[in-house]
Design a protein around this ligand. Sequence first.
Ligand code: MN
Length: 149
Amino acid sequence: MVVARVPALSASVQSYRRKQQREPSMPRILLVEDNELNRDMLSRRLTRKGYEVLMAEDGASGVALALSERPDLILMDISLPVLDGWEATRRIKADPATAAIPVIALTAHAMAGDKQTALSVGCDDYDTKPVELARLLDKMEQLLSQAPQ
Ligand code: MN
């Protein structure tokens, strides 16, 4: 007799699945951020709040993941390799398949021109780093509540 051996699920996968069952409708957030430290910290904090977080490390991967995964909202760093966050957002907003996904630009400095650029490339909102979580969550929740269901 042959018994297929099914490897035990790791604890983290089990807890992830339990979470998925408990909160089936939590929004999926795509975080596009090249700085590993920022990415890890923000993704951990958002996961703790119950969001499902997908990550991309450069602008081109961000555009590709937006199309393949259709997240509910995108957090877009601006200074990114391959494509910067402005160009990545332009492409996401130019594609009818992804145009409706809200994008919040995250810039490193409160540059005077950044807010204008954010609006001109189609960002739905804009915030500055370092991230102030409560303020960012407010902006995310506002956009998510406006999104077509
Ligand atoms: Mn960056």
